[in-house]
Design a protein around this ligand. Structure first.
Ligand SMILES: [Zn+2]
Length: 563
């Protein structure tokens, strides 16, 4: 008992030192810390679900109602900030920063407005955090010990938000959909070049946003946060993705695909940001920068709460009016110019290889304008239907749509209707798996019309709902992170029946005789295609493919569109 009292009384102080120095707490200590505060009703702590190893993933809510039912109900009326920490547990800056925010809140040094909630996931990749060491971030300046990037399945969870291979992703989606945040932040530490900034940021690329969010993000949120951080002499700068070896030659805006936390979040939509502190800056300095950014974020949100709510509504209205879904965003050659605070670089002989090696000279800081390739343009678009239909047999897809709280209803009877369907014509795969998948790329998919037999129980999904952007992004098969791209419909890419050529020979003659149209196509192909002309199998297959014997389900996805 004495020991327990000691732990409860002194734990926050003990942990405080862990949030401030070159240390980050273990998961056990982290949970103990928040649990001790929750028991005193200073914060709310919720076990929201499990990780792949069955460990609990906790959400801490500051400024809730101190009552689970009321807190979760009130998310609907409040302005909500949600922070995701520890997706890469080797980058625990956000874990410590949120600890400092919590201590400020508990000590009443930080007041959060009545209509505002600040929630954060203590650590999302719990299994990775348990895999603690001090060597997996070879180029990072602290903390002394930290977790590992891969989760228990060795997945990078920051590629898992659409495919949802992990239990963690199901838990995250539950949290995200319950809170429906107005602002979402995913906290990280960068790799790459050396430069003067401690904190860099990724925001949604402009063209992915509707006009209301474009203006709010780029004309207000970004510059106002930049100027707010000036009181701490902290310069904010876009995430440094160099187009060549060094940033002096230019940097490119990051393409926030829906597979990433911030790309997923922005579909709903909300202001979505990734914070990236610089790996060569000392850990306490990185934590401080993340902490001050979050503190200023609370103040900005407090000041702009009404505007944020209004603009979010306008963004949703604008999305609702869209008749086309834009995808395949590619960076253009257009560029802006940004003032960059870097270090001069040079090359010298490497002691290891004897070849030239790059180095940055920290004694020679510079400020100069560099090109910023931040313009993206959608290369493709798809007409948005009134409804999508997904076959009830697609259980993995349906469970993901349900977890995302997509409104759906099931057909009450079998129906034969004229519908648009997707016919896969071509796609490419890499030679090595990517995050447990052979992700499809360069997909060529044609929309065709036909009478389709729908089944009782198939799912009808209206696009007249707030989550329209998410629905299109996963069900339009040609998009970069569609369920098709992530292999959910691969069984439809394989034929199930075949023919024996020596038997089919006689039938092929009959088919050609009965269809003069096919006969002339066949003759023409034979005339113009020498490879075809010399292959018995190819010729028979051509006739088979164009006959009633060929299976309709081959390369046809069980997703349909009703215009
Ligand atoms: Zn990261």
């Amino acid at each position: 008992m004495k020991n327990l009292l000691f732990i409860i009384l002194f734990l926050p102080t003990f942990i405080f030192s862990q949030f401030s120095g070159n240390q980050t707490p273990t998961y056990k200590k982290l949970v103990q810390f928040y649990d001790s505060l929750a028991q005193k009703k200073q914060v709310e702590l919720y076990n929201m679900g499990i990780s792949d190893c069955g460990l609990p993933i906790y959400l801490c809510v500051l400024n809730g109602e101190n009552d689970s039912l009321k807190t979760f109900q009130n998310f609907k009326n409040q302005t909500n900030i949600l922070i995701n920490n520890g997706i890469h547990p080797g980058e625990p800056d956000g874990i410590n920063a949120c600890g400092k925010i919590t201590l400020d809140y508990v000590n009443k040094d930080l007041k959060i407005d009545k209509n505002l909630t600040f929630s954060f996931i203590l650590c999302y990749n719990v299994d990775g955090m348990m895999n603690r060491c001090s060597s997996s971030r070879a180029n990072q300046n602290g903390p002394e010990e930290y977790g590992f990037r891969g989760n228990a399945q060795n997945l990078d969870l920051n590629r898992d938000f659409i495919k949802m291979d992990s239990e963690n992703a199901f838990t995250f989606v539950k949290i995200f959909q319950a809170i429906n945040p107005d602002i979402f932040i995913d906290t990280h530490v960068s790799n790459g070049a050396d430069y003067q900034y401690t904190l860099t940021l990724i925001h949604s690329i402009k063209k992915r946003l509707e006009l209301p969010f474009q203006i709010l993000t780029y004309k207000h949120f970004v510059p106002e946060m930049e100027s707010a951080m000036q009181k701490y002499q902290i310069d904010l700068f876009p995430y440094v993705e160099s187009v060549e070896e060094i940033p002096d030659k230019g940097i490119a805006a990051f393409n926030d695909l829906p597979r990433y936390a911030m790309g997923y979040a922005s579909l709903f939509p909300c202001i979505s940001v990734t914070t990236e502190t610089h790996m060569l800056k000392p850990f306490p300095q990185r934590v401080e920068a993340t902490y001050l950014y979050l503190k200023e974020l609370i103040l900005w949100t407090k000041k702009n709460s009404k505007t944020l709510k209004n603009v979010r509504r306008q963004e949703l209205e604008s999305l609702q009016k869209n008749q086309f879904y834009l995808y395949n965003f590619q960076q253009t050659t257009e560029k802006d110019s940004v003032l960059f605070k870097g270090f001069e670089h040079g090359y010298k002989k490497s002691d290891v290889t004897g070849l030239d090696r790059l180095y940055y000279d920290r004694t020679k800081p510079f400020e100069r304008k560099i090109p910023y390739f931040n313009k993206y343009q959608a290369q493709d678009s798809a007409k948005i239907p009134q409804f999508y239909v997904v076959g009830l047999q697609c259980k993995e897809v349906i469970s993901r749509l349900k977890q995302n709280k997509i409104e759906m209803r099931q057909l009450t009877q079998d129906s034969l209707i004229n519908l648009s369907f997707f016919q896969v014509e071509d796609y490419k795969n890499g030679l090595k798996p990517y995050e447990g998948h052979f992700l499809h790329k360069e997909m060529k998919i044609k929309e065709k019309e036909s009478k389709i037999q729908l089944k009782k129980g198939d799912y009808l999904i209206s696009t007249k709902q707030e989550k329209k952007k998410f629905i299109c992004s996963v069900l339009e098969p040609e998009t970069e992170d569609s369920y098709f791209a992530w292999n959910f419909f691969d069984s439809y890419l394989q034929e199930k029946e075949y023919f024996s050529d020596y038997v089919f020979e006689d039938l092929a003659v009959e088919i050609l005789t009965e269809s003069p149209e096919l006969h002339s196509l066949f003759d023409e192909k034979k005339k113009n295609d020498s490879k075809f002309r010399e292959s018995q199998w190819e010729q028979l297959y051509f006739i088979y493919q164009n006959s009633i014997y060929f299976e309709e389900s081959f390369m046809r996805l069980p997703v349909f569109k009703v215009y």
